[in-house]
Structure formats: C-alpha cells, structure tokens
Write a new protein. Sequence first.
Lengths: 403, 125
Amino acid sequence: MKLPIYMDYSATTPVDKRVAERMIPFITEEFGNPASRSHPYGWTAEKAVEEARRQVADLVNADPKEIVWTSGATESNNLAIKGTAEFYSKDKGKHIITVATEHKAVIDAFRELERIGYEATYLTPEPNGLINIEKFKAAIRPDTVLASVMFVNNEIGVIQDINSLGNICREHNVIFHVDAAQATGKVDINLAELPVDVMSFCAHKTYGPKGIGALYVRRKPRIRLQAQMHGGGHERGMRSGTLATHQIVGMGEAFKIAKEEMHDENKRIKKLHDQLLHGLTEIEEVYVNGDLTHRVPHNLNISFNYVEGESLIMAIKDIAVSSGSACTSASLEPSYVLRALGRSDELAHSSIRFSIGRYTTEEDINHAIDLLKQKVDKLRELSPLWEMFKDGVDLEKVEWAAH
Amino acid sequence: MAYSDKVLDHYENPRNVGSLDKNDPNVGTGMVGAPACGDVMKLQIKLGKNGLIEDAKFKTYGCGSAIASSSLVTEMLKGKTLDEAESIKNSAIAEELALPPVKIHCSVLAEDAIKAAINDLKSKK
C-alpha cells in the first residue's frame, strides 16, 4: 500500500497512464501549432485537436462544434458568466442568479459583475445541499439574464436537478450556465436533451492533465458570448490563444476513457463509498454533510463532532484528505459551503472530505476506517467539548468567550 | 502546512492530558476560546502547600498548534509560583514551538488560559 493513501480525488486526480502516453508524442515529435495551415506539422496537430474535441463532445452528447478549449474550469466559468452576461444584458437586464455553495470561480465572477453594476442573488440551498426548485423559480425576475448552478458540488458531492432548473430558465428566457467540473465521468450528461446553454468542463478531475478545460456553448438555439481573451481569434473568436495540443489530446483521451468505463467504474466506487460510510458511521456523533441519495459516490463529507478538522487531518496523515474547514488559511473561517447548509460552526469546523476514485482499493478504505476510529477516539480524549458532551452539558447554552 | 518538530512532538505525545477536580479549593480552572472559532482550551492548575503549582492538566479542542501550546504550558507551569505563572507570555510559547504567524493566536489563547485558571484559583481563596 502506497502511503499516504490518496483520498482527495475531488481536488485533482492522477493522470491515467493511458492518457499520459497519448500526450507525450505531442510534446516531443508532433509539436506543430494547430493554427499553422501551411505545413504537415500544423495539420497533424490540428487533426489531433479536432479528434479530442470530438471525444469531449461524445462524453456529453454534444456537437464537437459546441466545444471551446480553455485553460480549465475557472476560465470556462469566467468566460461563460461574464461572456453571456455582457452579451445579453443589453436586451434582458442585469440581474444574475447563483447559489451560495458554488465554487469560488463562479462566486467571484459574480462578485466582479456586481462590481460593474449587475445585481446578484445568491440562493441558499436546503440543509441537504439541494436547491429548492420553487425558491429558484421565485428568484427569477423580468430582468434576470443569467443563472449559474453547478452540477456536482465539489465539497459535498450533491447532484443538482439540472434538468428541472434548466426548464425553468427556458420558460423565463434566462441563460443557464452549469459548472460540470466535478460531474464528468461521474454522472450521465446528455446535452442533446438537457436544457443547458453553457457548461464548463476541466480535464484534471477526470484523470486528464491540469491546465486544460472546455466550455460547451450551445448552437441550437445559438448562444453567443463576449470574448474575455482577445488575440488571434482562435476558437471562432471566443477564446484566443495558441491551443495546447498535448493538453487537449490528454483531455480528449481522458474523456474517451471516462465514456467507455464510467458505468463499471462508478459501480465499483459506489461499493467502496458504502463500505466507507458504514465504517465511519459506526463512530459516535458523526454527521454526513449533503444529501445521501442525490450524491456522487466519489464524495463523502463527514463531520466528526467535538474534534477539530485540522488536528484530525494531522492525526490521519497516512491518508491524504481535505478539511471542509479552511482553518489552514489565516481567516479561520470554517467552510462557507457547510455554513450555507446551516451546519453549526462546530460541525463545520469538524468536517473532512473523503473523495475516492479510479485507483482507490478496498484495502485503502479499510485502512482509512481503522485509522479514523483510532484517531477520533484519541482526539476526543483530548477534547474538553467531548468531556462536556459526555457530562451532559448543553454546549449551545455555554457562554463562550469568542476570540 | 509544515509543523515544527516541537509542535509534532507535543501533538503526538501530549503531556498532562486530563482533568482535576474543579471543586477542589486548591484547583483553578480556566476555559477559553469558543467552538465557533475552532479552539477551546481547558487548563487546570493545582496549588501545593508550599505555594508552588504541583500539577497542571489540559484538554484542548483545536488545531495541532493549539494542542501543542496547551501541552507545553502544562509543563512550564509545574513548580512555579502563581506570580511566575502569571508572567508567562504568549511570545515565549510561540518561540518555543516555532509557531508560524497564522498560529500565533494559539499561543495567545494558552496565555489567556493560564490567566483564567489563576483568576479562578484566586477567587476561591
């Protein structure tokens, strides 16, 4: 067993060896610029880029012409949100809607639009992390130009009802953007039927390389957007910049493998997820964050009450996980996602995100369960809150000296 | 984040974990911090007949640096008079453990815990 065991697949995945092998010739031998039209070096690179575009489109049942290469999901989100808001606000208005639990790349793009005169609504999800469809509908106004909702949440793994949300947007003539960075290879995406106008993807959460992503831009009905990167007019003017052929080839291969293997792989991961869930919920006072049914099996976000997340991560250094709590930053703020679900500060401070994937084994899961049981016990022995809980003290009623 | 060897040592082998009888007239209890902030320290000291601190115990909910700061403090306190204990500064704790700037508040909390325990003890006299 290789230590530490990697259980942070939602942060990034290793590049599949099959993907890496496909990429290498495009760094060393087939190094041409896909925009070079005057010689075979360029033609070969262009052919590889178009093949990859088809592979990406295939995974989500889109037309290859609807795929625009970007540097990753952050850029895709920025281009989608700022690009469509700018293009359509002249006719429609300057109100935009998103959710408090979105990724920072969406939240901060919204903040930027607010800064230049847009008005934003940040919906609070239900305690299980899902959006209430009626509340979403009620937030739409005549001047709403854009709504942005992520497919699969990066911290808690819940899957939103994109189909219903999209239909509401269609009825009200609102552009609908979906951040699907955490969804590819995990949930079925059929853009021929799904009422989504723009969708963000990246390679490195699906066993491809970092630094490459894509934006789906619907052609029927045609969605237009204002370019955010100006230059040589690549990608039909939507995103200028020389295409990174090797990265693109990697993303194509990764998405091709995902399409072929995702159904078997997800069955296997679901078994591991259930094994982890059962093992960890044998521990007293643990709480799963996010809905247990509408969730990808790759993610398990759990709060171990009365134990602080950062010290727990330190104690389980044999497994590489991340804390829902952003305690390692200077801010000492617990996860804004868990707070948006209405979790208490204590539970938000006590959360660990386990995310598993292609190379996780049953042995890894057993090791993680044993380690957690042992270390949670040890830290609770150290915890004055656990002692008070065991003595029957109601922690809500204690007057704490906040610092 | 990389922790210093001393933080790791105190974190992995915490000294003087436990509780003293808070109703004992010679025991002072200090509880500082708040669960909402991610740190709660409980520090207890027991004064001997000779006027020196004969025992110190702690329990801490918090990050590794908070646990290490309180563990270190229990070691520093033993054998000291209350006046000496009161003069322990957070900077000495931070320096001993080589705490990075974002973790200085852990040493501040430990200093607060000492003062709170001493005040509790004095209020019993």
